[in-house]
Design a protein. Structure first.
Length: 111
């Protein structure tokens, strides 16, 4: 009986780990605050890029299908290294902060 319980516990642990790793990152309050301080000036509070600076720099709208189909790796690279007139943040943000911003951008794009 103990071998069966050991196997069941092992299967449950593996399934739990697989589910945890497979769940995409979710934005939290810290990510929202970071977005507001670093990104909203150009991309807007709603991610549409319709601020004066966003229009001048042609900031993309996060609701645009082309942006929404970008991979997390693509968005991470843009936030990290910058693109066009957008500065890169790899030297000033931790990887987990950038991951949180990617999740926040995804949430804005869905609204």
């Amino acid at each position: 009986m103990s071998k069966i319980m050991f196997r069941i516990n092992g299967v449950v642990a593996i399934l739990g780990l697989a589910l945890a790793l497979g769940v995409p990152a979710r934005a939290d309050d810290a990510s929202a605050a970071l977005y507001k301080s670093k990104c909203a000036g150009c991309h807007g509070a709603d991610g549409a890029g319709q601020t004066a600076a966003g229009k001048a720099m042609k900031a993309p709208d996060f609701h645009d299908p082309d942006v929404r189909k970008m991979s997390d790796a693509d968005l991470t690279a843009i936030i990290s290294m910058g693109k066009n007139k957008m500065p890169g943040y790899a030297k000033t943000m931790k990887p987990e902060e950038i991951k949180g911003l990617v999740a926040y951008v995804r949430e804005l794009g869905k609204k």
